[in-house]
Design a protein around this ligand. Structure first.
Ligand code: NAD
Length: 505
């Protein structure tokens, strides 16, 4: 009799990680992941999970919460610290895999992994702090104090552009506070989140504490935001999706933290070091092919130096080499997928047809040689842009920058603040008084002086104002305020009913 065929074990990446096990999706469906630098290369398939998979993960996280919340925070921190060591050991491997799945150059993907490492060390340190406070009570022989409590099951939804750093900004503070998590990574970049979760598993995170459910936003993501046992949603992505997520979270009273889009600005004053400013704008606008939430997509330049600056910028943009991010000759990689490419090219068309905007360089899909297999767009500069134009108002999320002339400092500030977003801004000037004034005048969550709009560090709060966020901050110790709730405790040691006590709430 013929032997039954051996069952082929599915790869971890074809599974969800739920309750400490790699399990195939109950939906039975998968999504295929491709290399945006060469779309002929498939990177394998990942679960396209449905609500039943999310339910399973939430149930595991809910059960694990009962014990994880009681593990002393310094012990939880030891696991996170160990994950940092594992990430450090596997940094090059993870960076390479990230470049394959989302295209940015190795230097940048190494930076992405490094940010996750920095975050593990930073948050592990918080395990020995998680400070509360004490204060004076109104009555004698009464003690008043306030402590941080975990919230419960946290649903985390992340974008593709920082596929390890952003999951780390959410998972690590959630865990240190004693929560358990279910993460749904972006459909274009699940692998980097799997790599991060693998490091946590190897470091000893107990079953059910971290669960990963791969899938599409409208199915797996929506199931998470609608699940009654998920007490908190932490979302990073576009403002349009954030609105949907927040609406759904509000329907069953979840805590909801949103980090959304940006339309960031570099202001260049007449006294600026122009070489420095050009260098900053080049990397701010074209690094990660302009697909950073903090990308410099508007440059407001004083009219006295606008012509010179624009010429220098166009010259610099022309020297950037497009290519596969794995090559050390590449400066700018592809954009994430075909849909993003056509959206960006659509904005370039809008720019060309808008009221006197002038296309100075770029403007096309790049198809020379092997580039034709990927989603490459030439670094694009528009000059003569007016602040009201769509290319100066809407988030393009691609390698496109608009140069807008201003008459003076006040004009620059008005233009800078004249968009619905408020993530990052910068000023180039040699006048320190003006730099300090700008710090106050600009309505963004992040501000740089004589540097571009990018380069945040994990121990400072990260997030934006207006339509970029809903008032929360990731990074810094401020992130603990998202993932913990305050409990006020009164201890009356008078041994009697104090009259004033019953007059209060
Ligand atoms: P996106 O909004 O398309 O998707 C983000 C995530 O939401 C993905 O995981 C997606 O699957 C999920 N999603 C989609 N529809 C959903 C739904 N109905 N319910 C639940 N989840 C759903 O964003 P993207 O294209 O992945 O990322 C780019 C955007 O993210 C840009 O706007 C960028 O500015 C923003 N971003 C912001 C920050 C920040 O910190 N402010 C950081 C990085 C990226």
């Amino acid at each position: 009799m013929a032997k039954p065929a051996a069952k082929i074990k599915p790869k971890n990446t074809e599974c969800n990680y739920i309750d400490g096990q790699w399990v195939t999706p109950l939906s039975g469906e998968y999504l295929e992941n491709y290399n945006p630098a060469d779309a002929r290369e498939s990177l394998g398939r990942f679960p396209a999970s449905g609500a039943e998979d999310v339910n399973r993960a939430v149930a595991a996280a809910k059960e694990a919460f009962k014990t994880w919340r009681k593990v002393p925070a310094p012990r939880r921190a030891e696991i996170l610290f160990k994950a940092g060591e594992i990430l450090l050991r596997r940094k090059d491997e993870f960076a390479e895999s990230m470049t394959r799945e989302m295209g940015k150059v190795l230097k940048e993907t190494s930076g992405d992994v490094q940010e996750a490492i920095d975050m593990t060390y930073f948050i592990a340190g918080e395990g020995r702090r998680l400070h509360g406070f004490t204060t004076k009570a109104e009555l004698p022989n009464k003690y008043a104090m306030c402590v941080r409590e975990p919230i419960g099951v946290c649903g985390l939804i992340t974008p593709w552009n920082f596929p390890m750093a952003i999951p780390s900004w959410k998972i690590l503070p959630a865990l240190i506070c004693g929560n358990t998590v279910v993460i749904k990574p972006a459909e274009d970049t699940p692998h980097s989140t799997y790599n991060f979760v693998e490091a946590l598993i190897e470091a000893g995170v107990p079953a059910g504490v971290v669960n990963i459910v791969s899938g599409y936003g409208e199915t797996a993501g929506a199931a998470l935001t609608n699940h009654p046992d998920v007490r908190l949603i932490s979302f990073t992505g576009s403002t349009d999706t954030g609105r949907i997520v927040a609406t759904s979270a509000a329907q069953n009273e979840k805590i909801c933290s949103l980090e959304m889009g940006g339309k960031n600005v570099v202001m260049i004053m007449e006294d600026a070091d122009l070489e420095l400013a050009v260098e900053g704008v080049l990397w701010g606008a074209f690094g990660t092919s302009g697909q950073r939430c903090t990308a410099a997509s508007r440059v407001v330049v004083h009219k006295k130096v606008a012509k010179k600056f624009t010429a220098m910028l166009v010259e610099g943009a022309g020297k950037l080499r497009l290519g596969n991010g794995l090559s050390n000759k590449t400066d700018v990689g592809p954009v994430i997928n075909a849909e993003a490419m056509s959206k960006i090219l659509g904005y370039i068309e809008i720019g060309k047809n808008e009221d006197k905007a002038k296309l100075m360089c770029g403007g096309n899909r790049a198809t020379k040689g092997d580039l034709k297999y990927g989603y490459f767009i030439e670094p694009t500069v528009f000059a003569g842009v007016k602040p009201y134009m769509r290319i100066a108002q809407e988030e393009i999320f691609g390698p496109v920058v608009s140069v807008i002339e201003c008459n003076n400092y006040d004009d620059a500030i008005e233009i800078a603040n004249g968009v619905k977003y408020g993530l990052s801004a910068s000023i180039y000037t040699r006048d320190t008084n003006r730099a300090f004034k700008a710090m106050e005048d600009v309505q963004t969550g992040i501000f740089y002086v004589n540097a571009s709009t990018i380069g945040a560090e994990v121990h400072l709060p990260f997030g934006g104002t207006k339509s970029t966020g809903n008032g929360h901050r990731e990074g810094g110790t401020q992130v603990l305020d998202i993932f913990s709730e305050w409990k006020s405790i009164y201890v009356d040691y008078s041994g009697k009913l104090q009259r004033a006590q019953i007059d209060n709430q």
